[in-house]
Design a protein around this ligand. Structure first.
Ligand code: UDP
Ligand code: MG
Length: 318
């Protein structure tokens, strides 16, 4: 029997936490009773610098039930960092970790299948949404657009997979080798490799509370994903430069012909238009390159991705 940990990042989740804990407790109890996992398996909540009562709820859960544990980050670092903090903190304590969101939008009954695949020898099991019915039209179409763009740019990520997955200790040890600060776990995990499989499930709506991913965060997350994993945008800048160069040669030929024919005074529109257009393209290219330079700047500083304030868990010795 293996020891499985669940890692649940939480940011201002006081409205859902008690219910989530109740459901997870039931799930874990059934798994333990069925001898799918051993009795030392735990549920670890990672408090990502919440401003509400999240941490005190976690402390209370831990005090009342040895199943629960908690990690408190020193401040809000965002979902990806909170998740990584959880994974890296518990990886040496257990055989595999399943990560899931605090709002239980991801069907927890799939955990059985995750564990089944793990016993079959998979080091990574991805939870994949079978549909996006519970999403708004806007979220659905932007998400699909994102997957198309990222695929076009040559990044290998699993379609419709969020961060609901099982990773074995071996896979987590390898994940720890990826030192990048610009964190996009969905892109990094497939790079880890090993035998993996997919389990599909239907995603529900949040049963309480609001999404902590407003549009602004979602766009920057998508942008982060693209620029952390692909240098194709820079290459497109080069392609654009080449196209501009050849079109300017054609334009030059045209200008020479008009000059020979004596029509040189006209053409104010062409001059002005090309100045604006070229200026625009140059700024755009500078922006794209600047984005990568910025990324390098952040990477070289290699600041810690998270700082742990407290880790509370009931030890195994009784
Ligand atoms: N989350 C976090 N830090 C943040 C934002 C979100 O740890 O800065 C957690 C949040 O508590 C939840 C998970 O990340 O458990 C996913 O967030 P949410 O459900 O709001 O995103 P959505 O499902 O709407 O994409
Ligand atoms: Mg959610």
């Amino acid at each position: 029997m293996k020891k499985i940990y669940l890692v649940v990042p939480c940011y201002n989740e006081e409205e859902v936490l008690c219910e989530t804990a109740k459901r997870l407790e039931l799930k874990m109890k059934t798994l333990i009773d069925n001898k799918d996992i051993n009795e030392y398996s735990r549920v670890i909540f990672v408090d990502d610098g919440s401003k509400d009562k999240t941490w005190s709820i976690i402390e209370e859960l831990k005090n009342n039930n040895e199943l629960f544990g908690g990690i408190k980050l020193s401040r809000n670092r965002g979902h990806q960092n909170a998740l990584l903090a959880g994974l890296m903190t518990v990886k040496d304590e257990c055989d595999a970790v399943i990560s899931l969101d605090a709002d239980l939008q991801d069907d927890i009954n799939v955990i059985d299948k995750f564990i089944e695949k793990f016993y079959e020898g998979c080091e990574v099991v991805y939870g994949v949404r079978s549909d996006r019915k519970s999403d708004t039209f806007f979220k659905r179409s932007t998400a699909q657009g994102f997957y198309k763009v990222i695929k076009f740019l040559g990044v290998d990520i699993i379609y419709n997979h969020a961060d609901y997955r099982l990773m074995s200790r071996k896979a987590l040890d390898s994940l720890a080798e990826f030192k990048e600060v610009n964190l996009f776990l969905r892109g990094i995990v497939p790079l880890v490799g090993f035998k993996s499989d997919i389990v599909s499930y239907e995603r529900n709506e949040r049963f309480a509370g609001e999404s902590k991913y407003p549009l602004k965060k979602m766009i920057s997350f998508a942008f982060e994903g693209i620029t952390s994993f692909s240098v194709k945008p820079i290459r497109l800048v080069l392609v654009m430069g080449i196209i501009m160069f050849f079109s300017s040669l054609t334009a030059l030929a045209y200008f020479l012909v008009t000059w020979i024919n004596g029509y040189t005074v006209q053409g104010w529109t062409t001059v002005v238009a090309s100045i604006w257009m070229l200026g625009g393209i140059q700024l755009l290219c500078l922006g794209v390159i600047g984005e990568y330079v910025g990324k390098i700047y952040i990477e070289v500083k290699s600041r810690p991705k998270y700082i742990i304030d407290q880790f509370i868990i009931k030890s195994e010795e009784k």
